[in-house]
Design a protein around this ligand. Structure first.
Ligand code: SF4
Length: 382
């Protein structure tokens, strides 16, 4: 039996960041005991069909899961151990913000069973932090990184680049500081303007201008060069790590392995009797909560993916990774060779242009291909 990854969504934040299109909400108060009961109930629901599997990774995402009481995290992890076999080296990641209130909980979160922390630092520049609407300053971020290093076996932090007015030289200085502070993993995302966010409105009003394409490309290349030289090469479009320090949970998504998703808006993928089932929980927090209290789960959608959808997802996920997609994965998922699944002319054009490689072992996107993966996928799949 293949191992299983488990995602738990905590949908609440102290404030809404202007760039954020995640399923995150601000509430004056929540009844945490009620939320805890609902998450435990939904875990039991999914364990009914997956209890024979072993849990290899658990990821608390959000929202801001570091706002959960450590007792809630402990209760969830106890429930997971009661429902499934858990791998002895299970990776348990929790996303946290660097402000001091949340940092004050790090030790209690470790005692609850968290062994990897992912910190939403986003910038090491005061003005950029203000622009991004973050509630912390640079010194708080640095202190939280230090505390994470002392407290957890593994930690990572996130940065956002491609900000308005950011020069390559300024980004290189900021990234050099980040490398000094980093452990074995760093996530570096390019700022994008997502529809429906406060930034989308401000950008449409011309409150700020995004960097042009040339600057975006130069920033991407500077990131790859600096982090590669520091021993943190990109193993995925936005994720960098020393060999062996990759986030195992996220690798499960990109390698198209199975995962259970619980909590509002969480997605899951389950292989059952040769079929691939896609699950999605109700997105609005209170509606999800009411559904779980009424029926034991908040599943809104459960569909069996057809062969085309499985191929597309396999490519969309796997081509994000520097390692690409081994040929045997196409066989395992679809029972066919990669050549028979793709249009040979489209594939040849993308290989000639230097965006894809296909050899005896695997199909992979080059660094240039990963930089513009959406366009590559559109050209590959039509
Ligand atoms: S803290 Fe994270 S999840 Fe919450 S609003 Fe900000 S970016 Fe979104």
């Amino acid at each position: 039996m293949n191992p299983l990854a488990l995602y738990i969504h905590w949908p609440f934040c102290r404030s809404k960041c202007p760039y954020c299109d995640f399923n995150s909400h601000v509430r004056e108060r929540i009844d945490e005991a009620r939320w805890r009961r609902a998450l435990l109930a939904e875990l039991s629901h999914y364990a009914q069909e997956t209890a024979e599997r072993e849990i290899a990774s658990i990821f608390f995402g959000g929202g801001t899961p570091s706002l959960m009481a450590p007792e809630t995290v402990a209760a969830i992890l106890e429930q997971v151990s009661a429902l499934w076999r858990v791998a002895p080296d299970v990776e348990v990641t929790l996303e946290a913000n660097p402000n001091s209130v949340e940092a004050g909980r790090f030790r209690a979160l470790r005692a609850a069973g968290v062994n990897r922390l992912s910190l939403g630092v986003q910038a090491l520049d005061e003005r950029a932090l203000q622009f991004l609407g973050r509630a912390h300053g640079v010194s708080e971020a640095v202190a939280a990184i230090e505390l994470a290093r002392q407290t957890f076996a593994r930690f990572s932090f996130d940065l956002i680049y491609g900000r308005p007015g950011q020069s390559v030289a300024a980004w290189e200085r900021e990234l050099a500081r980040a490398i000094e502070l980093a452990g074995e993993h760093l996530s570096v995302y390019q700022l994008t303007i997502e529809p429906g966010t406060a930034f989308a409105t401000a950008h449409a009003r011309r409150d700020f201008a995004m960097p042009d394409e040339e600057t975006e490309a130069a920033l991407y290349e500077a990131t790859a060069a600096l982090l590669g030289a520091a021993g943190l090469p990109a193993y995925e479009i936005s994720n960098h790590a020393r060999r062996g320090a990759e986030c195992r949970h996220n690798l499960a998504y990109w390698r198209y392995q199975d995962y259970v998703g619980v909590g509002p808006g969480a997605h899951g993928r389950l292989s059952i009797d040769g079929a691939k089932i896609a699950t999605r929980q109700r997105r609005a927090p209170e509606i999800w909560l009411a559904a779980v209290e009424a029926a034991g789960h908040g599943t809104e959608e459960r569909v069996t993916l057809d062969a085309d959808a499985r191929r597309d997802e396999l490519l969309m996920m796997g081509l994000r990774l520097a390692e690409g997609i081994p040929r045997r994965r196409f066989q395992r998922e679809l029972g066919r060779d990669v050549e028979t699944l793709l249009d040979p002319n489209r594939l040849a054009r993308l290989m000639e242009a230097g965006f894809l490689n296909l050899d005896a072992e695997r199909l992979a996107a080059t660094s240039a291909g990963r930089q513009r993966l959406n366009a590559v996928l559109a050209a590959l799949l039509g």
